[in-house]
Write a protein that binds this ligand. Structure first.
Ligand code: ZN
Ligand code: ZN
Length: 343
C-alpha cells in the first residue's frame, strides 16, 4: 500500500492509503523523495484556484527514485534518481503538434488537473522523468522545476546580453529570474522586493541593484538605475495586480514585460495607453516545455545557478497539513517548504 495526502475540501488534508501503483507499458513507478510546495499549491489548498476539482492530491515540484519500470521502458532503471516534468500533454492536439505541449488542450498540471506527488508513489510515462546526477540532494533538486519555468519565460522574451532587467518579487522564482538574467549577460539586473531578507538573498544572487519597495519608489529607483532610460525588460514574479501599472511605467520605449507571476485578481486603475505609447510587448508564460528541463538540470548540477537557502522548512508527508498551515500564515516569508517521504 501507499500513502497520499488528499485534499478533500479547502484546507482539509487527509492522509489516505491507496494501492501501490503498477507501471504499465512505457511507464515507471517513482518512490517520491521530496515535493516542494509553491504558490499554486497554496491557491489550490485555500480553494482560491479556479477550476480545480476536489478531492485532489497536490504536488508538482517533485523528485524521487525509480522503483519499477513497465514493459518497453528503455531509458530508466530501478534505483535511478529522477525529477518529474509535471506538464502533462496529450501529444495529439494542435498545440502539442506545434511543439507547445504546455498549452495542450487535453493536458494539465500534475497535482492540479490530475493527482500529483504529495504521495509515497507516483506512476508516470517515462518521457516525464529526467535522470538527476548522484551528487544533487533530492529535496534541493525540486527547485529545478521552478528554474525550468523561469527559463521558459526568459527564453520566450529573449532576455539577453546588455539588457536592463527588473525582477519584481524575490520569492523562489524571482530569485531564480535574477540569477538567470545575470547568467544571460543582462545588466543592470534590478531586484525589487519589500522583504529585506529576500533582498539580501538577491544580492547573493548577484543582482546589480536591490530596491526595497517598502521604502523606495520602485519606478524612480529603476529610472535611476538605468540612467533615466527605463528598463528593457520587466519580469513580474510577484503576481500582484497593482504592480502591472508601475511595471509598464518602468519600461523603456520598445520594452518587454514578462507576466510570470500568476494572479486571478482584477487589475485596478489600469490603462493600455503605455502599451501604445511605448510600443511595449507583453509575454505570458505558462509552465515549461521539455526543452527547458535538460538545461535547468545542468544549471543546478553545475552550480551555475545557486539554489542554496531556498528551502525554508522541511516536513514529513504525515505532517503535510501543518506545512500548509504554516505556509498560509506567512507566505511572504517562505521561499519553499518541502515535503519529504522516508527513504
Ligand atoms: Zn509550482
Ligand atoms: Zn495536446
Amino acid at each position: 500500500m501507499s500513502h497520499a495526502a488528499l485534499l478533500t475540501a479547502p484546507r482539509r488534508l487527509e492522509l489516505v492509503t491507496r494501492p501501490q501503483p503498477v507501471a504499465g507499458p512505457g511507464e515507471a513507478v517513482v518512490r517520491v523523495a521530496a515535493t516542494a510546495v509553491c504558490h499554486t499549491d497554496l491557491e489550490i489548498y485555500t480553494g482560491r484556484h479556479p477550476g480545480v476539482r476536489l478531492p485532489r492530491v497536490m504536488g508538482h515540484e517533485a523528485t524521487g527514485v525509480v522503483e519499477a519500470v513497465g514493459p518497453g521502458v528503455g531509458r530508466l532503471r530501478p534505483g535511478q534518481r529522477v525529477i518529474l516534468n509535471p506538464v502533462i500533454a496529450c501529444g495529439a492536439c494542435d498545440c502539442c503538434a506545434r511543439g507547445r505541449g504546455n498549452l495542450c488542450r487535453d493536458g494539465g498540471l500534475f497535482g492540479r488537473e490530475m493527482d500529483g506527488s504529495l504521495a509515497e508513489h507516483v506512476v508516470l510515462p517515462e518521457r516525464y522523468l529526467y535522470p538527476l546526477p548522484e551528487h544533487l540532494s533530492l529535496p534541493v533538486a525540486t527547485l529545478i522545476e521552478t528554474l525550468a519555468t523561469v527559463r521558459h519565460a526568459q527564453t520566450r522574451a529573449g532576455v539577453g546580453p546588455g539588457e536592463s532587467v527588473v525582477v519584481l518579487g524575490q520569492g523562489a522564482a524571482g530569485l531564480l529570474h535574477t540569477q538567470l538574467a545575470k547568467r544571460a549577460g543582462a545588466g543592470p539586473v534590478v531586484a525589487v522586493s519589500r522583504s529585506p531578507a529576500k533582498l539580501a538573498l538577491a544580492r547573493r544572487m548577484k543582482a546589480d541593484e536591490v530596491v526595497d519597495a517598502s521604502r523606495q519608489d520602485p519606478v524612480a529607483a529603476v529610472r535611476e538605475a538605468t540612467g533615466g532610460r527605463g528598463a528593457d525588460v520587466v519580469i513580474d514574479a510577484a503576481g500582484v495586480p497593482s504592480l502591472l501599472g508601475p511595471a509598464l511605467e518602468m519600461l523603456t520605449p520598445g520594452g518587454k514585460l514578462i507576466v510570470y507571476g500568476i494572479s486571478h485578481h482584477r487589475v485596478p486603475d489600469f490603462t493600455t495607453f503605455p502599451l501604445y505609447l511605448k510600443e511595449l510587448t507583453v509575454y505570458g508564460s505558462r509552465a515549461l516545455t521539455p526543452e527547458d528541463f535538460g538545461p535547468a538540470i545542468e544549471l543546478v548540477a553545475s552550480g551555475v545557478v545557486d539554489v542554496e537557502g531556498f528551502i525554508t522548512g522541511t516536513y514529513p508527508l504525515d505532517r503535510v497539513a501543518a506545512a500548509f498551515e504554516d505556509y498560509e500564515r506567512a507566505p511572504g516569508s517562505i521561499l519553499r517548504l518541502v515535503i519529504v517521504s522516508p527513504a
